[in-house]
Design a binder for this molecule. Structure first.
Ligand SMILES: [Zn+2]
Length: 271
């Protein structure tokens, strides 16, 4: 089975040694590609390290997620951060490092509604950066659907001529939200949450997403799928997400793995 985990975080505090066993179990499980996802200076750094250590297997997404507005407390600081990000991407690409997306970025009003205005600036500025770099975006959304759709609608306009422009990761929203994202040219990525007992509504959504827009992820080291609940999540467990989605949709796990891997390669220009 050929698996592609589209969303993995390598935590800085675990150090480079922790990557080795995790990556070898991933390869054994059939993982042929993964996106190491940033979101803060630390996470961006480990994502870049992962792609430099495993260049054939790993590509990096870098950016500033909504939690960074705690530090980037004003518009000039946000401008600075986005300017630095552009220079980082340019510099890394010149070195041959595989940067496949800007992410994760987005809005989260569940924990931090008070920073919503700054979150929106940081998010939309990074969408504009992604459009100008011809990179897709990896988007997080919690309790902020309407604002996310508005900002992604503007981003869609900036991506003229490109059909697929990003992914909504760890999808937990409604069918209506998914449909509007699909219209904008987004893929929908499901995590281990689809295996959780109380996730019937999410499974109903997962059943209806067109197969050519479906992605899978672990969001490691968080959210381990059943039957690994309570353990630290890792890319090898993306197989359990594939199995769950295949069962839901009544198709062979192999076929679902093949399709989601092809989708990931298409979105992230990963050969
Ligand atoms: Zn994430």
């Amino acid at each position: 089975m050929e698996l592609f985990d589209t969303h993995v975080h390598f935590l800085a505090q675990e150090g480079a040694f922790a990557m080795e066993p995790v990556m070898s179990r991933a390869v054994q499980a059939g993982v042929v590609g993964l996106v190491a996802v940033g979101g803060s200076c630390d996470l961006n750094k480990t994502a870049v390290e992962a792609t430099q250590r495993y260049p054939g297997l790993v590509s990096a997404a870098i950016g500033f997620d909504r939690s960074q507005t705690d530090e980037l407390m004003s518009m000039p600081l946000i401008d600075d951060a986005v300017g630095r990000l552009r220079r980082s991407v340019d510099g890394l690409r010149a070195l041959g490092t595989r940067i496949c997306a800007i992410g994760e970025i987005g809005l989260d009003y569940h924990y931090a509604e008070g920073t919503s205005v700054l979150q929106q600036s940081l998010f939309s500025d990074q969408c504009s950066l992604a459009a100008s770099l011809h990179l897709p975006v990896v988007v997080h959304c919690r309790d902020a659907e309407e604002d996310v759709l508005r900002i992604l609608g503007a981003y869609r306009q900036q991506c003229r001529g490109r059909e697929l422009i990003g992914v909504l990761h760890c999808f937990t929203g409604t069918l209506g939200f998914a449909e509007r994202l699909l219209e904008l040219g987004f893929m929908i990525s499901f995590s281990g949450i689809v295996t959780f007992r109380n996730a019937d509504a999410l499974r109903d959504v997962a059943r209806t997403i067109p197969l050519d827009r479906l992605l899978v992820e672990t969001d490691s080291p968080f959210l381990a799928p059943i039957p690994h609940r309570g353990k630290k999540n890792e890319p090898a467990f993306v197989r359990d997400v594939v199995n769950a989605l295949a069962t839901l949709r009544g198709i062979a796990p192999d076929a679902l793995a093949r399709q989601t891997t092809a989708n990931a390669r298409a979105l992230f220009a990963f050969n």
